[in-house]
Every structure is written in structure tokens, then in C-alpha cells.
Design a protein around this ligand. Structure first.
Ligand code: GRF
Length: 206
């Protein structure tokens, strides 16, 4: 049983997909809490409606980024978890937090990393003219979308795509991929040596 804490800043559709996979019995785990840096995050309202503890940690009340991350780490440690799942969490995590937590931290990104890191991945992919983009689940390190890659799903870019259409096509794959990767994690199938991540019994894409 994987104890998950989700960090989210916004709409929370990946959070909802993970919770749905748990409810369907596809992911042997539970979401212990959802934490956000944004009071108005839809993700917090979703959690509250599901009876999952929903916590707002206000960055403005903390003493800078380090102070904020110390408060975040304290909250995470008090709740208890096996992993942290970033699902549309819009702040970077520093090394004190990552080292201090000491357990897997995962993120999902709407592009095939290392292509198009950052906050405008779908727009950047369209502007570049790639024929395939997709989504990536990776371990979090100190960089921006630079951590070891666990799994990716390619998604075609169609000639008449705009940002909205491509974003929606990728998002549908994100929802499947994140739940799948977490089920691998729950089953102890993921191992990591440096940047190289392997999934026993196959995997790495859907
Ligand atoms: C997703 O596209 C995810 O890849 C990116 O932020 C977005 C979050 O969407 N990191 P949601 O809040 O899960 O709906």
C-alpha cells in the first residue's frame, strides 16, 4: 500500500486520475493528503470533497523559499508518506527539501523530456514543429524537469493542432501514465541507478 502525498497548484486533473485509479483498485495506495501553495487550487477542493486532508501552505507567510520548504517538509513529515507526487505543482523544490525528504519525489511533464522543459511545453513543441510530443514521468531533482526519466508516452502532433488541442491530447495520456507509474512504484517494480531507471516486468511506456 503506497502512501502518497500530492503537491498541486492548480486544476488537479492528474490528482483526480490518481484517486480514480485507487478507487478502481488499479493502484494499491492511498492519498494521505493534498498540499498546495495556492489557497484557491481546485486540487484542494477536490481533496476536501473526497475526505482527503487538504492543506494550504502559504509561501507568503514563510521566510523566503528556504523557510517555505522547511514548513512544507515539516507538514509532509507529520503526515507520513512513501512518496511525493507533484501534479501541476508550479514551484521548484530545493536540494535541502529533496535531500531532507529522502524518499521518491515524482513529477509529470507534458512533453517528451529532455525536449521542452519548463512551463510552456506544449506551446514550445508546436512552435518547434515536432511531429510527436507526449508526457514524461520522472524523479525530481534540483533542476527544472531534469530528473531521471521513469516512463514516457508519445503523442502525435497533428497538422491542425493548436495549443489547446495538443494539451488535451497529451493530458489524456498523462492521466493513464501517472497512475500506471505509481502502481509500478507501489509494487516495488522501479529501480534506479544514477540516471538509469528500470521497471521490472517491462514498462517505460504504455
Ligand atoms: C499537467 O499538464 C502536468 O503535466 C503539468 O501541469 C499540468 C497539471 O494539470 N506539470 P492538472 O493540475 O493535473 O490538471
Amino acid at each position: 500500500m503506497l502512501n502518497i502525498i500530492v503537491l498541486a497548484s492548480g486544476r488537479g486533473s492528474n490528482l483526480a486520475a490518481i484517486q480514480e485509479a485507487i478507487e478502481k483498485g488499479e493502484l494499491p495506495g492511498q492519498i494521505r493528503a493534498v498540499i498546495s501553495n495556492k489557497k484557491e487550487a481546485v486540487a484542494l477542493a477536490f481533496a476536501a470533497a473526497k475526505g482527503i486532508p487538504a492543506l494550504w501552505v502559504n509561501p507568503k507567510e514563510a521566510d523566503g523559499r528556504l523557510g517555505y520548504e522547511r514548513r512544507l517538509l515539516k507538514a509532509v513529515e507529520e503526515i507520513g508518506s512513501d512518496c511525493l507526487v507533484l501534479a501541476g505543482y508550479m514551484l521548484m523544490l530545493g536540494s535541502e527539501f529533496i535531500q531532507g525528504y529522502g524518499k521518491p519525489i515524482l513529477n509529470i511533464h507534458p512533453a517528451l523530456l529532455p525536449a521542452f522543459p519548463g512551463g510552456a511545453a506544449q506551446k514550445d513543441a508546436l512552435a518547434y514543429g515536432v511531429k510527436y510530443s507526449g508526457c514524461t514521468v520522472h524523479f525530481v531533482d534540483e533542476g527544472m524537469d531534469t530528473g531521471p526519466i521513469i516512463a514516457q508516452t508519445p503523442v502525435p502532433v497533428l497538422d491542425d493542432d493548436d495549443e489547446e488541442a495538443l494539451t488535451a491530447r497529451i493530458l489524456a495520456e498523462e492521466h493513464k501514465l501517472y497512475a500506471k507509474v505509481l502502481s509500478w512504484l507501489a509494487q516495488g517494480k522501479i529501480s534506479r541507478q544514477g540516471r538509469k531507471v528500470t521497471v521490472s516486468g517491462g514498462g517505460s511506456s504504455l
